[in-house]
Design a protein. Sequence first.
Length: 294
Amino acid sequence: MTIQVTPITPHIGGRMTGIDVTAPLTQEQVKAVDVGMDKYAVLVLPGQAISDEQQIAFTRNFGPLQNGANATVKRPELRLDPAFADVSNIGKDGLKLARDDRRRMASLGNRLWHSDASFRVIPARYSILSGRIVVSEGGNTEFADMRAAYDALDARTKEEVENLITEHSQIFSREQLGFTEYLPDERAMMKPVRHRLVRTHPTSGRKSLFLSAHIGGIVGWPRPEAMSFIRDLMEHATQPQFVYSHKWTQHDLVIWDNRATMHRVRRYDDMNMVRDLRRTTTKSDGPTAEQEAA
Ligand code: OGA
Ligand code: MN
């Protein structure tokens, strides 16, 4: 089988065929995925009916795994192996989460534009999302190209953002949705981390805006000024010409590079439809900025 990639939009997204991700990959296949990722930042691999074990094995080809389990969900309540981010709307019993379920409140954060694990000192490299049960209406995942968005900034703004450091926490993203109820130990776990606002991709060499709903401030700036600037940059970066909206077909495997993109899920009728998507994630190379002493 020869691997082929067809571009989906002028900036971002490629459809990759000729690879079976349920089988062990050759070095050449791993390389082809990495090369495709550097170019397209999002790859869609259709028709990949994959098991959890196979998804974990596939993910390991692209670096150390990042724990995906939500910090606010206790281990015995997890439906999936803790390597997974469970982005479904069902619980361990297979039933849809109630409207006021805390896990549902937390996952509603995925409706805001974000970069995965940007609230961690070492944020995510690839996210690999498998469509096990998809919905017929709504529930698209949208991706915005943070490289193209950076490139399109005017020279003055590029200079202004170049060395800015932002603070990220899940508390900030959930606060935007009015979710503020945490136990003291949860708050401690969600202590803000620092990241550069502009980063250079280690292999493509392209600069990108490191934006995310988890941002709650810019170091040295008054908070309202920081947040209004971040909001302007978000608006800029998510204009239609930078975005690919993925409509899911069952067994799609979608891979994105969190170092080059933001993403969000669109609303769907999660009270009446089951959507079971399972994400594995790899870690990026290291911190993007020095951290404040603990
Ligand atoms: C994720 C995520 C979006 C979706 O898996 O990181 O944000 O479409 N999910 O469920
Ligand atoms: Mn996400």
